[in-house]
Design a binder for this molecule. Structure first.
Ligand SMILES: Nc1nc2c(ncn2[C@@H]2O[C@H](COP(=O)(O)OP(=O)(O)OP(=O)(O)O)[C@@H](O)[C@H]2O)c(=O)[nH]1
Ligand SMILES: [Mg+2]
Length: 325
């Protein structure tokens, strides 16, 4: 362990904000020497992580995630907790960082003493972002945050990534007029431990109640993630700050139920194991792609596969064979 990593680890544990931000920047860095430093830092902080409620929050663009997190985060703080907000934002590569807008919507939370709001790095692959987010989560826990909110825009694959690192997955919806299920894929619905219909206010109240009842019937026929938990469907208004308490109560109820049955430890152990394998796969692929022999082969093989003259399976075999030599 280098002195540098150790002293950064100490500062993080002491609750030093700047050290925390620096530590996260370090794990987000793609520089080879930074990776090594990051690993020692993580190893030093690992024993102090894990003592939090990890909550994944997802919803379509405009569902009100940022507005919700602002009021929800403040409520959690009022209950005596401290909250870290991390974002997995696969769209930021395209939009150049919608999270910047988010920060302004989380105005009071971003400046609250017991909150830490971290935008996601822009321009990274989803895999890269989620790897860093998971590590950032551990760092925030070691820094003493006992509630971690991981936010993602619901565009498909990122929900699975977030559910894979959270204890509980909350799906935020807008009220919809009709009875169709907002184009939310069944797979995503099945991830949800709590479905929350936001914007249940003003002239959208009736639509919100309708949406709630539609989802209640839909979810009834789905397999829930945990034996002892039937995902509730609730309504709230982030804008009017209504129903937020009930959501937090449900979250703590879930967390207690999961811990009591020993399911939380089991879930996290499984998540860690899956993480190990996905890390292994990612670094193997990176290593393979950097191999000079492989590099030489790639253009021809890709061209042949694109033209349809070579089956992808055979091309893949050749790449792996040449890597192994
Ligand atoms: N009426 C009403 N409007 C809301 C509510 N929550 C959010 N909104 C509005 O919905 C719009 C989108 O809210 P955001 O919080 O930015 O939504 P988001 O899900 O973070 O959006 P992206 O970050 O773009 O994915 C804003 O104009 C909010 O003011 C609510 O409870 N009621
Ligand atoms: Mg937002």
């Amino acid at each position: 362990m280098t002195d540098k990593s150790q002293s950064l680890a100490d500062q993080v544990r002491a609750g030093d904000r700047r050290a925390l931000a620096k530590a996260i920047t370090l794990v987000e860095s793609t520089r080879e020497d930074h990776r090594e430093e990051a690993s020692t830092l993580l190893e030093a902080l690992m024993p102090y992580s894990g003592d939090s409620i990890r909550l994944g929050i997802s919803g379509a663009p405009g569902a009100g995630k940022s507005t919700f997190i602002e009021v929800f985060g403040n409520h959690i703080i009022e209950q005596g907790h401290s909250v870290a907000v991390l974002a997995v934002d696969p769209s930021s590569a395209v939009t150049g960082g919608s999270i910047l807008g988010d920060k302004t919507r989380m105005e009071t939370l971003a400046f609250a003493e017991k909150a830490f709001v971290r935008p996601s790095p822009a321009g990274k692959t989803l895999g890269g972002v989620t790897r860093r987010t998971r590590e950032s989560m551990l760092i925030c826990e070691a820094a003493g945050f006992d509630v971690i909110l991981v936010e993602t825009v619901g565009v498909g694959q990122s929900e699975t990534a977030v559910a894979d690192m959270a204890d509980m997955f909350l799906l935020l919806l807008s009220p919809s007029g009709g009875d169709e299920l907002q184009g939310i894929k069944r797979g995503i619905m099945e991830l949800a431990d709590l479905v929350l219909v936001n914007k249940a206010d003003g002239d959208q109240s009736a639509a919100a109640a309708q949406t709630q009842s539609d989802y209640r019937s839909a979810i009834h026929f789905m397999k829930s993630r945990f034996d002892h938990w039937q995902p509730p469907v609730m309504t709230c208004s982030a804008l009017k700050n209504q129903g937020i308490e009930d959501v937090w109560d449900k979250v703590t109820e879930f967390s207690l139920a999961l811990s009591a049955k020993g399911q939380l430890a089991k879930l996290r152990a499984q998540q860690s194991k899956a993480w190990m394998w996905s890390e292994t796969a990612e670094s193997l692929i990176a290593d393979l792609k950097a191999d000079p022999n492989v590099k030489n082969l790639v253009p021809d093989l890709e061209a042949a596969v694109l033209e349809g003259t070579l089956p992808a399976t055979i091309a893949a075999q050749r790449l792996v064979e040449s890597y192994k030599k």
